[in-house]
Design a protein around this ligand. Structure first.
Ligand SMILES: [Ca+2]
Ligand SMILES: [Ca+2]
Length: 95
């Protein structure tokens, strides 16, 4: 059987829900300010074996950071989800 090997998402099997994604992301909020900064996002990406995690975390912040403070807060997570699906190959479902 030809099953495509999803290398980018190996440690996160199957689909994630939006809530699961948020919960997962929250684990990397090491300074507990409720927001994800570039360095925290980079750590998160490394756990899913994202290549070029430094570059991609910068891109992710740029993409999702609507108010330009350099961090992703709760209201901006949707943008990051969008980015994760487009650029990281994650599959995140609405519920
Ligand atoms: Ca933080
Ligand atoms: Ca922000």
């Amino acid at each position: 059987m030809a099953i495509r090997n999803q290398m980018a998402t190996r440690s996160l099997d199957g689909d994630m829900t939006v809530d699961e994604f948020k919960e997962w992301l929250r684990r990397f909020d090491v300074n507990h300010d409720g927001r994800i900064n570039r360095e925290e996002l980079r750590c998160a990406m490394r756990t899913i074996r994202t290549r070029f995690s430094g570059y991609k975390s910068k891109r992710g912040i740029d993409y999702a950071d609507a108010n330009g403070d350099g961090c992703i807060d709760d209201s901006e997570v949707d943008g990051l989800i969008d980015y994760a699906q487009k650029s990281l190959g994650l599959r995140i479902v609405a519920y």
